[in-house]
Design a protein around this ligand. Structure first.
Ligand code: SF4
Ligand code: SF4
Ligand code: FES
Length: 265
């Protein structure tokens, strides 16, 4: 049996604090939140915040903002749009990777348990370090590549071709908000994330492969033709199950594999 040695300060074993609800609160919910700061020498802990739900709003992000504003201003998390568009507030809530701004508190059972996205280095509290995954995003060159002369106006696309990217139901690959809930739920990415690109980046690769205005399909497939970058997907489907936007990265990966086979014939 392999013995894993966890790095110093990676075990959640420091004693967490409990913050009680304000006196007189009758509608109280507890939130257990992962805390870690690079500014002290203490292991991660879980703090419990008991919140008066009559003051806190309906979504998990509302509760986090309420805690930051009213209880502990050092609580650190990313957020921007508050409506499932920016992808910043991705975290693990109640055991599932999702967006805090789209997750109703009422859908969580008992104490609401909140952790950073799994298997990512933590910058502080609920903020994962996305440098590596963005470097992987750069590998697929996520911009339009053309070799034909530029037209006098924009490069046009038929509504049918645009639908391939956007999806008839708005759930095509172009709807991906790069929240990385999928990549951080993928066991293959956990173990081989140094070389496997993971579902989020591969969905983006697919988005460019099916863009009829792009003229670098062969080059893009060459970049993915590698035992690790693409072929570490074993169709476990966690990615598709967890996507908070209802997208299907597993299918996109399967489509890329089909393109690889098709070009060999
Ligand atoms: S289908 Fe592929 S990318 Fe998605 S979770 Fe499974 S192994 Fe990961
Ligand atoms: S496919 Fe879904 S879960 Fe993955 S990065 Fe895009 S929006 Fe997020
Ligand atoms: S705050 Fe933008 S997706 Fe949640």
């Amino acid at each position: 049996m392999v013995q894993l040695t966890l790095p110093k300060h990676s075990k959640v074993n420091a004693k967490g604090k409990t913050y009680d609800a304000p006196e007189g609160a009758t509608n109280v919910r507890a939130f257990e939140i992962y805390r870690w700061s690079p500014d002290d020498d203490i292991n991660p802990r879980r703090d419990t915040f008991k919140i008066d739900m009559d003051e806190a709003g309906t979504m998990v992000l509302d509760a986090l903002i309420h805690i930051k504003n009213n209880v502990d201003p050092t609580l650190t998390f990313r957020r921007s749009c508050r409506e499932g568009i920016c992808g910043s507030c991705a975290m693990n809530i109640d055991g599932t990777n999702t967006l805090a701004c789209l997750k109703p508190i009422d859908e969580c059972k008992g104490t609401v348990k909140i952790n950073p996205l799994p298997h990512m280095p933590v910058v502080k509290d609920l903020v994962p370090d996305l440098n590596h995954v963005y470097a992987q995003y750069e590998v697929i060159e996520p911009w339009m590549k053309t070799s034909s002369p530029a037209p006098t106006k924009e490069r046009l696309q038929s509504p049918e071709d645009a639908d391939k990217m956007n999806g008839h139901d708005g759930k095509g690959p172009a709807a991906c908000i790069l929240c990385f809930c999928c990549s951080t739920s993928c066991p293959s990415y956990w173990w081989n994330g140094d070389r496997y690109l993971g579902p989020a980046v591969l969905l983006q690769a697919y988005r460019w492969l099916i863009d009829t205005r792009d003229e670098a399909k062969g080059e893009r497939l060459d970049q993915l033709e590698d035992p690790f970058r693409l072929y570490r997907c074993h169709t476990i489907m966690n990615c598709t199950k967890t996507c908070p936007k209802g997208l299907n990265p597993a299918k996109a990966i399967a489509e890329i594999k089909k393109m690889m086979v098709a070009r060999q014939h």
